[in-house]
Design a binder for this molecule. Sequence first.
Ligand SMILES: *Cc1c(COP(=O)(O)O)cnc(C)c1O
Length: 236
Amino acid sequence: MLKENLAAVEQKIQAACARAGRSRNEVTLIAVSKTKPVEMLAEVYDAGIRDFGENKPQELRDKHPQLPGDIRWHMIGHLQRNKIKYIIDKVCMIHSVDSVRLAQAIDEAAGKLGIVMPVLVEVNVAGEESKDGIRPEETEDFVREISVLPNIRVEGLMTIAPYTENPEENRPYFRKLSKLCVDIKEKNIDNVSMCSLSMGMTGDYEIAIEEGATMVRVGTGIFGERFYPRAEADGR
Ligand SMILES: *Cc1c(COP(=O)(O)O)cnc(C)c1O
């Protein structure tokens, strides 16, 4: 079943890339495996996926040693400073930097390990009260402020778009994030590369790709429904 799900997602990604005149290798599919058992992750791994996303630090820490070492783990969920230690040596990127204090704490932890951690800035592009993330109009200043930290590198922006039945409704948000990324990139801030755009989930990843996503985070579309109220787990 997972193999078929994955094939269907892959086919839709290819079609969206074609519609947008983009190359398939500009888009990384991140399989969002939160709440799912490692056996299912292993099956998806065997089907060729190497990028996995988790939203809880302890869950990522626990799954990590049970799976092959060439997996690229992405921390995509809200991160508390006291939990950085669980994941700092295990992830290839942290998608959810939404405060200076968090960025400083990641910087410090990365410094102790002698690594530079790639991070994305989470932007609350739709201005939803319930969501974490930097306000769009404050994003450039925020990026400038954390860009001086030597052990992180700001590589782009991330957003969690509103939950909607009609993915077209999220197109303006994806477009806005994409434009924001370009605008900040043009400022040529030291230590900021701004080429990655993490946007699009099961309900709207095709639209996100059409609007420039370089990483899509797909959970349900690959692993099936999660067995808890979606609003609670997704921060929606
Ligand atoms: C759960 C989650 C996803 C995947 O959601 P689906 O709708 O199941 O594809 C993507 N991004 C984040 C930050 C999540 O927490």
